[in-house]
Structure formats: structure tokens, C-alpha cells
Ligand binder design. Structure first.
Ligand code: NIG
Ligand code: FE
Length: 391
């Protein structure tokens, strides 16, 4: 086995409490040894105790963290919605109907254009430390356009989500029930081979609780696992439905009753908070503190999409979560890495321990706390994905 050691790491977050101190399993003056052939971690610990390796990278005292796990994005799209953003900043409110603008642009784009746009955003995210990402369809809303979005996405990630139920297709405005039949029938059949997950936007102006249940259970019957856009713009049934169906994640969770919080605390469904959306829609912040204090597992993700949250930056979302959602820097870092992994039901990413993927980001900083303490500063200086230096 040939190995590479990344050594002289001033402060390393492993997310493995057995290996280091505190809930983040931090190690001072650390090293990580990578098995080059598998791209996995072979050894983690104090640099002074590291086994000999074939090659070495000197981190020169920088901090290192597991690569970010962005468990919620919408990156197969064309066009942009600058005008809509401008209108919001002049006081208009965000509406799900804006999605139709992106549907028109996406349908008109070629496969090559969609893929180039996806790759551009992935590269942007990678430069900011994201090594695992999920992405969705949802801007095609025909069988062909949804299946092609998922086919394009699946060439770039294993975490692909079928979101034919983003909104009712404009072609079915007069007959939403027929659109639900399409999403749970022919469109699902065409999309399932490319996807791991099924999702639905359960919201006023999108799909109600009964429709959402039909869509999620049809996807589950086809072998997809569920995740739900829930309780973003208003209170509603999404969160409790997600827990009832054992969805891996209920995403947004901005408007929650005490019953919603209790349901999340009782089940295996992660609450994925997307502060980029509240930032860009000037909406109320989700209350991360309330969820954490109730014992709910919280993930942080970008929701990167051209409408409600056009940021690919996990460090930006983490800073918002600390400043405005009452998370500590440690909690936010965990949620953006291990939390995202749990929201994707993955154990091989989001932590740095033997056997896990060697996905890590070096920070031009003494610790991960600087991600929130120095918002907007490009602190990610180098990124390894599956053991390869990619930035
Ligand atoms: O997660 N909530 C629904 N979907 C996206 C917004 C998509 C759009 O506006 O284009 C979201 O915020
Ligand atoms: Fe979303």
C-alpha cells in the first residue's frame, strides 16, 4: 500500500469523539495518513506518532476539517433570476411560483449547457471545501426533462434526488391531480434508475400533505429513499410526514410547532437547515437552538439554486447559522459535515477516521472557528477528495 501523510495540522477536527477531544474529536498537532489506492484514511492521530508514509504534505500549522457535506442543492438548471432577487430586495416576497422562470430556461437548454452549468457550480463549491454534495431535478417537470436532469447529475454525484414534485408543472395548472399521477407513474419510472432519493416540496402553492404522501410512498415503493422540503414558507404537514415515512431529512424547517419539534426528536429524520434561503428571501431564521435543545439532529446545507438561495458556499451558511440561528461554531461545523452525512444516511463521509473517505479541507486559520469569526474570507486553502488534492 502506498500512503501520503498530511502532517503538521495545527488543529484537526475528526468528528470522532473517541479519537480526540470534545464532540468534534479535535487533535492538536495532528496528521492524517491516506491510503492512496483507495482514497481512504489509513491513520489519524498526533503527528509525532504518525507511521512512515511514501509522500508528505506539510500543512504548516493550518487547521483541517472533514470536507463539507452539502446534502441539499438544486444545481441542474439554466438561467438566473437576478430580477426576482432585485424585486425582493425592494420588498417583494418570495413565492414558489418563481420556480417557473427556471423551468422555462432549463427546458430550453441543451444537455451540454446544463452539464457545464452544473460543473461550474460544483467547482465553485469544491473551492470552498465541499467534497460531497446532493443535487436534485425539479426544473424540468416533464418526464424527459426530469430524467435528463437526473442523468446529467448522476455523472457527477451518487446523491441524486428525484424532485419531479417541485411545483405542479405549468402544463398541468388546470389538473394538478393528473400531474401527481404523472410524477408517481411514468415520470417516476423514467427517473428512478438515476436517483437514490425522492423529494417533494410540501407547501402552499406546491403540494399538500396528501399529495406529498402519495409522491413519497410511490418513490419508496420504487426503492428510493425519502427526503422532504418541509415547513419552509408556512407551517404545514411536511415535517411530521417526513418523520412518519422515516425520511432521511426534513429540509428547511423554518416554521415549526412544538409538535413538529417533538416529532423530529422522536425519529431518525435529520432537520436540515438552509440559512442561505432565509438570507436571500429576507425571511425569518430557522431556530437551530430550539431544535438542538430538543435533541434533534441538525444538518446545514446551501440549498444552492437560482431562486431562493444562490450560494454554493458552506462557509457562508455556517457563518449565518452561528450569527443568526444561535448555533455555536462547533455545532455549525458538525452540522455542515457529520450532520450532512447523516442527512444522506452516509457513514463514510463527514468524519476523518480509518476507513472513511480521505475528504478534507485545509483552512488558512488556527481552527474551524474562524469560518464564522471571519465571514466572507476565503479561508479554504487546499482540498483533498478521496485522497487526491483537488484544489
Ligand atoms: O428549496 N423550496 C423549494 N425549492 C427551492 C427553491 C427553488 C427556486 O426558487 O427555484 C428551495 O428553496
Ligand atoms: Fe431546496
Amino acid at each position: 500500500m502506498t500512503t501520503t501523510v498530511i502532517t503538521n495540522i495545527g488543529n484537526l477536527v475528526t468528528n470522532d469523539p473517541d479519537r480526540g477531544t470534545g464532540p468534534l474529536g479535535q487533535i492538536q498537532d495532528a496528521a492524517v495518513v491516506v491510503d492512496d489506492a483507495t482514497g481512504t484514511v489509513a491513520w489519524v492521530g498526533p503527528a509525532a506518532e504518525a507511521p512512515a508514509a511514501d509522500a508528505a504534505h506539510d500543512a504548516e500549522g493550518r487547521a483541517a476539517i472533514p470536507g463539507f457535506v452539502d446534502s441539499h442543492s438544486h444545481l441542474v438548471f439554466a438561467g438566473d433570476r437576478t430580477q426576482e432577487f432585485n424585486a425582493r430586495m425592494e420588498g417583494r416576497s418570495y413565492e414558489a411560483g418563481g420556480i417557473r422562470t427556471t423551468v422555462r430556461a432549463t427546458r430550453a437548454a441543451t444537455d451540454e449547457e446544463l452539464e457545464a452549468n452544473l460543473v461550474r457550480h460544483l467547482d465553485e463549491a469544491l473551492r470552498q471545501g465541499t467534497t460531497t454534495f446532493e443535487t436534485k431535478s425539479g426544473y424540468g417537470l416533464t418526464t424527459e426533462d426530469e430524467a435528463r436532469a437526473l442523468r446529467i447529475a448522476s455523472a457527477h454525484t451518487d446523491e441524486v434526488t428525484y424532485l419531479g414534485a417541485h411545483i405542479v408543472s405549468p402544463d398541468y395548472a388546470e389538473d394538478p391531480a393528473a400531474y401527481v399521477d404523472l410524477v408517481t407513474g411514468e415520470m417516476l419510472d423514467a427517473c428512478a434508475p438515476y436517483a437514490r432519493w425522492v423529494d417533494v416540496f410540501c407547501e402552499n402553492g406546491a403540494f399538500d400533505g396528501d399529495q406529498a404522501r402519495a409522491i413519497l410512498t410511490a418513490g419508496q415503493a420504487k426503492g428510493l429513499m425519502a427526503r422532504v422540503h418541509a415547513n419552509q414558507l408556512t407551517y404545514g404537514p411536511g415535517v411530521q410526514l417526513a418523520v412518519e415515512l422515516d425520511a432521511a431529512s426534513a429540509d428547511h424547517c423554518t416554521h415549526l410547532t412544538d409538535e413538529d419539534v417533538a416529532a423530529l426528536a422522536s425519529g431518525n429524520t435529520v432537520a436540515t437547515l438552509l440559512p442561505g434561503a432565509e438570507f436571500s428571501t429576507r425571511a425569518q431564521w430557522p431556530d437551530a437552538r430550539r431544535l438542538l435543545d430538543a435533541g434533534v439532529t441538525v444538518a446545514l446545507s446551501t440549498d444552492c439554486n437560482p431562486g431562493s438561495s444562490y450560494t454554493s458556499s458552506m462557509p457562508f451558511c455556517l457563518a449565518l447559522a452561528v450569527r443568526d440561528m444561535r448555533m455555536t461554531p462547533d455545532e455549525a461545523l458538525w452540522s455542515a459535515t457529520a450532520g450532512g452525512a447523516q442527512a444522506l444516511r452516509r457513514t463514510d463521509v463527514g468524519r476523518l477516521a480509518p476507513g472513511a473517505r480521505a475528504d478534507l479541507a485545509l483552512l488558512d486559520a488556527p481552527s474551524h472557528v474562524h469560518l464564522a469569526y471571519r465571514p466572507g474570507v476565503p479561508l479554504v486553502s487546499r482540498v483533498w477528495r478521496r485522497g487526491r488534492a483537488v484544489r
